[in-house]
Design a protein around this ligand. Structure first.
Ligand code: PHE
Length: 336
């Protein structure tokens, strides 16, 4: 049996050296290393060997098999490189390339980029702030002390008594004013969070805050900037309406409506038959906020506004359920 093994090894190695192609390699594998190959046959015959001899011969048979397996792998690799070098296996350069699918920006990101682009064109600088915010910036410094009823409108996610997920981008007004002296002209885009979920609310959504502080800034300036923005974002002929409203950090305050882009003011389901759609909150910055950041309220005035991005994206694209934005269904997202 020992002689048989040696013979098998020599013969197999000679066969292997003579191989030149893939079919040859496969035939070799079947003949020597396959389930019914010669190596297996020899192993099987170990049963007939005397007990005393079996361990030694068994080891020998194993060594031969391992040696052949290693030699086979080496020959396989050698042939693969030499064929590639000699050009026997050559890539077909006439084949078209494999297309990988194109990614796209999320529709909300697209709208946010467009909004920021319009304000950047009007000379507004862009700043970003933290999503995890202090109660101080989100409420207190914006003239919303503890127990103020306006806190009720915000459905806040609290992390601790003094830390929360920001419910709006307005804290960026305070952060920016604390850092720099007026004049100031800025927008602050970003995510905001409210504990609310239905077809027009998601627990996370996006706002763009805008504010401008200088000497003699008037409500007319606010109206002018927002009119330019709306004309560029929607249509130059879009009607605009300012409705009196209340925010603790602006005085006077307004909510701004545009003529319904779906029914053009006739009245439909989206505008609840009013012909108008609310798109933002705005106002002149309350002197109390200026005092909080150390600006002189007698010397400076300013305006601020906050825009909901999902709302604008829904109006622009005629989307009726806000939750579609966050289901990550590519059939929806690929349309934008
Ligand atoms: N922060 C307000 C909101 O989220 C919007 C707003 C911003 C109103 C700036 C006035 C001035 O509802």
């Amino acid at each position: 049996m020992e002689a048989e093994l040696q013979h098998l090894q020599t013969e197999a190695r000679a066969d292997l050296a003579a191989l030149t192609d893939a079919p040859g390699l496969e035939a070799f594998r079947v003949k020597y290393l396959g389930r019914k190959g010669l190596c297996t046959t020899v192993m099987r015959s170990l049963g007939a060997v005397p007990d005393a001899e079996r361990p030694r011969l068994g080891k020998l048979a194993n060594d031969v098999r391992q040696d052949l397996e290693a030699a086979f792998a080496a020959r396989e690799a050698e042939l693969a490189t030499s064929q590639a070098v000699s050009g026997a296996v050559r890539p077909d350069l006439t084949l078209p390339g494999r297309l990988s699918p194109f990614g796209k920006l999320h529709p909300v990101t697209q709208v946010m980029d467009e909004v920021c682009g319009i304000f950047a064109g009007l000379g507004f600088a862009v700043a970003e702030g933290p999503d995890v915010e202090l109660d101080y910036y989100n409420f207190e410094a914006l003239n919303i002390p503890p127990h103020h009823p306006a806190r009720d409108m915000h459905d806040t996610f609290y992390i601790s008594d003094s830390v929360l997920l920001r419910t709006h981008t307005s804290p960026m007004q305070v952060r920016a004013m604390q850092k720099a002296a007026p004049p100031l002209r800025m927008i602050a885009p970003g995510k905001v969070y409210r504990c609310d979920s239905d077809i027009t609310h998601t627990p996370m959504f996006h706002q763009v805050e805008g504010f401008l502080v200088d000497r003699k800034v008037s409500f007319g300036d606010l109206k002018g900037v927002l009119s330019v923005f709306i004309a560029k974002m929607f249509d130059a002929k879009t009607p605009i309406r300012f409705r009196p409203s209340f925010f603790p950090f602006t005085e006077p305050s307004a909510e701004v409506d545009i003529g319904c882009v779906i029914c053009k003011g006739v009245g439909c389901r989206v505008c609840k038959k009013t012909g108008w759609l609310e798109i933002l909150g705005a106002g002149l910055i309350d002197p109390a906020v200026f005092k909080m950041v150390g600006y002189d309220p007698d010397a400076y005035t300013g305006f601020a506004f906050g825009l909901g991005m999902e709302r604008i994206a829904m109006l622009k694209y005629g989307i009726t359920d806000i939750r579609l934005f966050y289901e990550n269904d590519l059939r929806f997202l690929a349309q934008f």
